[in-house]
Design a protein around this ligand. Structure first.
Ligand SMILES: [Zn+2]
Length: 504
């Protein structure tokens, strides 16, 4: 999600109000305990033709453990039935407790017996943890339905098959290997998004491989010539951060909404994680022709390029995504450098104008309740901007280079403290900068940053850019070639529609 969106939530009732409840950099699903499970689980997932009931059948490839647990409490509210299946006969299973994640006793089940849950995916509510139906498609967070045998083993690949009615497709949500579709422990650690229904699917070549975009076939956006270029541009732009596009295996579910204006083609975006990264984007149908101006998808892909930072430390995850959404689009030619600096200047001005009743650390922790999105996002972006400029000005590694070093750890969860430590030099330069502002009510002072970049304000408060500033140019030109060509020196065609880059 993005700070600018927040002010719009109240006016964007209905569909938006129901989803703008979560922070945007994906969320964890921490309810499932770690530990060795005895055997992998086979998943059979079905949905009825009306897209109202999802049936999830789990069969163990060995002895059952004691419980099957949902990855999130949202599944409990959606449970219709839970039963044991043996030889085609079903009998009820006991559901433990009345609140928290759904928990079902499976102790004593024979290996040949399966567990079957029927879940209501048409039920309203749950915000970003629930489901949303649009134009013959239902898009659900995995928090609404996914369960796991507890405890689970981190190395297992659990096989998944889908049984779908005629005319109903499913978006790629899990992994694929020679054995077919699988999910692994990442699906239990994070919330991701999946769409069922009458879908149009585009497989798009992006730096490093393929991105998948799905949209309701009965929507204008599905056949729009603007859809694929939008994903291609955002993928190239985000690839410049780490040198490898997170979009190479992402699935983007487009949810068209009949509102919005040309100035805001994407009303809301959210990054999901799991065995495969996913993004949902609420696209304003009247604004589809202006998708080229969108920054939301770059923002979400930046989230997925960085390790998961818990929501209580949103200042850092949102700060990184908010700062780079402007810088990366300038590098990719999606906006001019001047437009990027002006956008950052406007953003930090909005953030600084927000009333601060607590420190940035406290505001991050209470952001959902207080709805202090603008302050947290932009104070975070101000600190991230500071970290990048200080790194570059002192001749050290840019913040981009530091983030790129962590590319292989993007599926990890790291607190802001841990992430800053991983990005920092031995002398703790970045830590000291963060410590200076994190426990302050005052908005981070960017005076030194503006001076270093030869940025100032005139008497009317308008941003003034000096003619030349090498540091400023180094930021918006860093990785520009990667942004324009994805650093793809050789394209290997894996299918007629989709190639993959190598020799990155
Ligand atoms: Zn975000």
């Amino acid at each position: 999600m993005k700070a600018a969106r927040v002010a719009r939530v109240g006016a964007c009732a209905g569909v938006c109000a129901s989803v703008v409840l979560g922070a945007c950099g994906a969320r964890p699903a921490p309810s499932v305990a770690r530990g060795p499970s005895l055997s992998p689980t086979r998943y059979e997932i079905a949905i009825d033709p009306s897209l109202e009931r999802l049936t999830e059948t789990l069969c163990s490839e060995g002895p059952w453990t004691d419980r099957v647990v949902s990855i999130h409490e949202e599944a409990r509210a959606r449970l219709v039935t839970a039963s044991i299946v043996r030889g085609g006969v079903e009998r009820p299973l006991r559901v433990e407790g009345t609140d928290g994640p759904l928990a079902i006793t499976t102790a004593g089940l024979a290996p040949s017996e399966c567990v079957r849950l029927v879940l209501d995916v048409a039920r309203a509510g749950g915000g970003m943890d629930g489901c949303l139906g649009r134009a013959g498609v239902v898009t659900c967070a995995t928090s609404a339905w996914l369960v796991a045998a507890e405890p689970w083993r981190t190395s297992s690949r659990h096989r998944v098959t889908f049984t779908l009615p005629e005319g109903v497709a499913v978006s790629p949500i899990f992994g694929e290997d020679e054995g077919g579709t699988f999910l692994d422990e990442r699906a239990f650690r994070y919330v991701g998004y999946v769409s069922f229904g009458d879908l149009v699917q585009h497989e798009i070549t992006v730096p490093g491989g393929c991105a998948h975009v799905v949209a309701p076939a009965r929507s204008e956006v599905a056949s729009s010539p603007h859809l694929v270029p939008w994903v291609e541009r955002a993928s190239r732009a985000s690839a410049a951060l780490t040198g490898l596009s997170t979009a190479r295996d992402v699935t983007i579910s487009v949810l068209p909404v009949p509102m919005g204006s040309a100035a805001e083609p994407v009303l809301f975006g959210m990054a999901g994680r799991g065995t495969r990264p996913s993004v949902i984007a609420l696209v304003a149908e009247p604004a589809v022709p202006t998708l080229e101006t969108d920054w939301t998808l770059v923002h979400e892909l930046v989230h997925l390029s960085v390790p998961y930072v818990p929501v209580e430390d949103a200042w850092l995850s949102e700060g990184i995504a908010t700062y780079y959404q402007e810088i990366l689009r300038a590098r990719a030619g999606m906006q001019s450098a001047e437009e990027a600096w002006r956008a950052l200047d406007r953003g930090v001005s909005r953030g600084a104008a927000e009333p601060a009743r607590d420190t940035l650390r406290e505001a991050s922790r209470g952001m959902r309740e207080s709805r202090a999105f603008t302050r947290v996002y932009w104070a975070g972006a101000a600190i991230v901007w500071m970290l990048d400029v200080v790194s570059r000005a002192s001749g050290r590694e840019s913040l981009d280079a530091r983030i790129a070093r962590l590319e292989a750890r993007r599926d990890e969860t790291m607190s802001a403290d841990a992430l800053i430590a991983a990005l920092d030099d031995e002398d703790g330069t970045l830590r000291a900068l963060v410590d200076r502002w994190l426990d302050e009510e005052e908005f981070p002072d960017l005076g030194d940053v503006y001076e270093a970049l030869s940025l100032s304000h005139d008497a009317n408060g308008e941003l003034v850019l000096s003619l030349r500033n090498s540091l400023r140019e180094s930021i918006v030109n860093d990785g520009r070639s990667a942004a324009s060509n994805g650093r793809c020196s050789r394209v290997v065609l894996t299918s007629p529609a989709c190639g993959s880059c190598s020799n990155l």
